[in-house]
Write a protein that binds this ligand. Structure first.
Ligand code: NAP
Ligand code: ZN
Length: 353
């Protein structure tokens, strides 16, 4: 075991601060990574503030962070994919049972025994729960470590590990592409990646935002049209016209307003995970035989596929790089939807603690 510097929250209401956490020494199958950048996902904030307490209560101290990019420091004797000095990345999963049909099928996100990167029982017993990437170092089984294309900026690549795969995966599953009209709701960390991917896949992309000031950015990111969702007239113009809508909103909102924009057999897929349940009108679904679906992150093979796609197409996240000392301020801004479009922590700043 060794000590790693980190930022943790002691309770749902305390600000995050500097601490030291235990990390296991790499086993034969493990990769030890020196973390260079970690994105800030709204899920980090939901977890730190225990907003998902009914489904996934937070164990404190909590070290969040699952958009991790870094350099390999040490590898176990059976590791074949990585060597010291390589770039490496870790997303939302750090382990799974490896034997169930989901793991064998490359969709580890559906494994009942999947271990999330933070706030999940630590199967190695190093600590009560796993600790995430707001830290200078992490040890992960090589099956859960992916490669970062060399041409991408590291800070811009970190958010691909959650915001990237979480939007890429459902759009591949629901076959977003040429000839499809696609809506992206909420231009935050996930939403702006959704716009980039939907555009790259050749779809017609409409962004729905509550922030009129994001209109120009949405067009620059790849949207063909922008709708301010609080304007009922603008919304009504699109009634019954969408094949697919990806809902990336972190807070309570009216989902029926989007269901009625679907054409028959269209689908709204939730990737946003608000604290409270959403109210769904049966009529929003049954007229037009519409579907409401959800999608969690993605498997390891698809995560690597997404990173390679980003490498080929030069896609990264638009990031505001911050020192870790600004993390509490960044959370306040995240709640106000005031980030363009992902905070990313430069982990070198942790050395100052
Ligand atoms: P984010 O950067 O904070 O973006 C959320 C966006 O939602 C905001 O930028 C804002 O966009 C919109 N929004 C915020 N409050 C709103 C309100 N009251 N009404 C309507 N729109 C509102 O968050 P994120 O990191 O992208 O995460 C989004 C959600 O996805 C979170 O709930 C997160 O936990 C979840 N998530 C799920 C998965 C998964 O596996 N399914 C993975 C990662 C994250 P506008 O300013 O454009 O309106
Ligand atoms: Zn996330």
């Amino acid at each position: 075991m060794y000590k790693s510097r980190a930022y943790s929250a002691a309770s749902a209401t305390s600000p995050m601060g500097s601490t030291q956490i235990p990390r296991r020494d790499p086993t034969d199958a493990d990769v030890q990574i020196e973390i260079l950048y970690c994105g800030i996902c709204h899920s980090d904030l939901h977890t730190v503030r225990n907003e998902w307490k009914d489904v996934w209560p937070t164990v404190y101290p909590c070290v969040p962070g699952h958009e991790i990019v870094g350099r390999v420091a040490r590898v176990g004797s059976r590791v074949t994919k990585f060597k010291p000095g390589d770039l490496a990345a870790v997303g939302c999963l750090v382990d799974s049972d490896g034997t169930c049909p989901h793991c064998r099928g490359g969709v580890e996100q559906f494994c009942a025994g999947a271990t999330f990167t933070y706030n999940a029982p630590d199967r190695h017993g190093t600590a009560p729960v796993t600790y995430g990437g707001y830290s200078d170092s992490i040890v992960v089984n090589e099956r859960f470590v992916v490669r970062v294309p060399k041409n991408l900026s590291l800070a811009g690549a970190a958010p691909l590990l959650c915001a990237g795969i979480t939007t890429y995966s459902p759009m591949r599953h629901w076959r977003v592409g040429k000839g499809k009209k696609v809506g992206i709701v909420g231009l935050g960390g996930l939403g702006h990646m959704g716009v980039k991917f939907a555009h790259a896949f050749g779809a017609r992309v409409v962004v729905f935002t509550t922030s009129p000031g994001k209109r120009e950015d949405a067009l620059r990111l790849g949207a063909d049209e922008v709708v301010v969702s609080r304007n009922a007239n603008e919304m009504q113009k699109h009634a019954g016209s969408f094949d697919f809508i990806l809902d990336c909103v972190s807070a309570d909102h009216d989902i029926n307003a989007y269901l009625q924009l679907l054409r028959p057999d269209g689908t709204v897929t939730l990737v946003g995970a608000p604290e409270k349940p959403l109210a769904v009108s049966a009529f929003s679904l049954l007229f037009g035989r519409r579907s409401l679906a959800g999608s969690p992150i993605g498997g390891l093979a698809e995560t690597q596929e997404m990173l390679d796609f980003c490498g080929e197409h030069g896609i990264t996240s638009d990031v505001e790089v911050i020192p870790i000392q600004k993390v509490n301020e960044a959370y306040e801004r995240l709640v106000r939807a005031d980030v363009k479009y992902r905070f990313c922590i430069d982990m070198a700043s942790l050395k100052a603690e």
